[in-house]
Write a protein that binds this ligand. Structure first.
Ligand SMILES: Cc1ncc(COP(=O)(O)O)c(C=O)c1O
Length: 393
């Protein structure tokens, strides 16, 4: 069959996280999933979604069962325009940020283009790198975001077409980019003429307020494209989000969207639009932030314990779903397989980088499990680590 594949088929690869997860054999009974980057089931606003969905079907508004334009369903675009404080000409609905990144890459990138990303990042960036055979460069991450000096030095010697960045509660490291660095990145984007692809699904899960987006800081909106998704605060199953971009970009993105799937489900856009304009929305987000902050604190206490006994380290995230932990021992992928059999599943740091070398880091998602699972999972991680340490060289 392989001879039937296109050249593009030869370039696309399986998602890096899936490759690692496929390599494990999880415990037969009750595995605890620290690997899953999804919201906690109890935090999904199920009642509100159900109530609004019922209201929508009962009201049976015109065009509920029809396609809408590639740009998006009118009332949804209208709500986003108000909540994001931006004219409608800058907005397009998407099926979430996975689609957003794909459409933006299709619009911007040609084979062999220079492309920068955080040294550890969400594996969607690698898909772009493989498909377009990009000349990729991983920029080291500091506590307050990208090492902008490193980026600047890189820009002095090579041309970059785009920078992919997750500025808030970054996946996988939990790092949030400081305001100062955001401003510097905009400055660099204009000076060296590259586009910032801002992937921002965690902004509403920052525990204590959020800095302005790079898109907001971009004075002409000519060097930043902003992607938001409701996956983490409503439900991944909504498959609904939006792109904010200069109208010149947006027109082109609409053409790509049109040939991809005609439009994002108008029913889901209607549902998301009504939920964010409901009076409960602020309270729903506040409840989620409070819950995830408590989970972060719990993980921090576990980490402190593991620091005392095993020297584990990790920087406290200011929001989001992930804790990035350095277990100070190489061969983590081997441990991952054993830990999965011991009933604790996590993703090793290698899944988030194209750099190859000694990896000592792991990503723990503290959001998805139940309280009972978290407790069980932490003691399994500890026991499994100690066991592995004794047997490995
Ligand atoms: C940075 C980042 N971008 C995109 C996604 C996927 O989002 P969506 O469900 O909106 O496609 C994720 C999910 O883990 C993510 O962490």
């Amino acid at each position: 069959m392989k001879q039937m594949f296109s050249a593009l088929s030869g370039k696309i690869k399986e998602n890096a996280i899936d490759v690692y997860m496929d390599s494990i054999e999880p415990a037969v009974r009750d595995p605890v999933f620290f690997s899953v980057g999804m919201p906690n089931g109890g935090m999904i606003p199920k009642k509100e979604l159900q109530r609004i969905m019922n209201e929508i079907f009962e009201a049976d508004p015109a065009r509920l069962y029809e396609y809408c334009s590639a740009k998006g369903f009118g009332p949804y675009v209208d709500v986003i325009s108000k909540t994001e404080n931006i004219p409608e000409s800058y907005i397009m609905a998407t099926n979430g940020n996975t689609q957003g990144v794909d459409l933006v890459c299709r619009m911007l990138l040609d084979e062999g283009d220079g492309f920068a990303m955080e040294m550890y990042t969400y594996s969607i960036a690698f898909s772009a790198v493989h498909q377009y055979r990009l000349k990729a460069v991983g920029i080291p991450l500091e506590q307050d975001g990208l090492d902008v000096d490193f980026l600047e030095k890189t820009l002095q010697t090579r041309r970059l077409k785009a920078l992919y960045i997750i500025p808030n509660a970054q996946n996988p490291t939990g790092v949030t980019t400081s305001l100062e660095k955001r401003k510097k990145l905009i400055e660099l984007a204009y000076q060296y003429d590259f586009i910032i692809i801002e992937d921002d699904p965690y902004r509403d899960l920052l525990f204590h307020g959020r800095p302005p987006s790079l898109f907001e800081l971009d004075p002409l909106k000519e060097r930043t494209i902003y992607l938001y998704s409701f996956s983490k605060v409503m439900a991944p199953a909504m498959r609904t989000g939006f792109i904010l971009a200069h109208p010149a970009f947006l027109k082109k993105l609409e053409q790509f969207k049109q040939v991809t799937d005609a439009c994002t489900s108008p029913m889901n856009q209607m549902l998301a639009g009504k939920l964010i304009s409901s009076e409960n929305w602020t309270q729903i987000l506040a409840k989620q932030k409070h819950f995830y902050e408590k989970r972060k604190d719990w993980t921090k206490r576990f980490l402190q314990h593991m620091h005392e006994t095993e020297q584990w380290e990790g920087a406290e995230p200011a929001g989001g779903l992930f804790y990035w932990i350095d277990v100070k021992k190489g061969g983590v992928t081997e441990w991952m397989k054993k830990a999965a059999q011991d009933g604790a599943v996590f993703v090793p740091g290698d899944a988030f980088t194209l750099e190859r070398g000694r990896n000592t880091k792991i990503r723990l998602c503290f959001a998805y499990c139940s309280d009972e699972e978290m407790k069980k999972g932490f003691s399994r991680l500890e026991e499994s680590f100690k066991k592995w340490k004794k047997t490995s060289t």
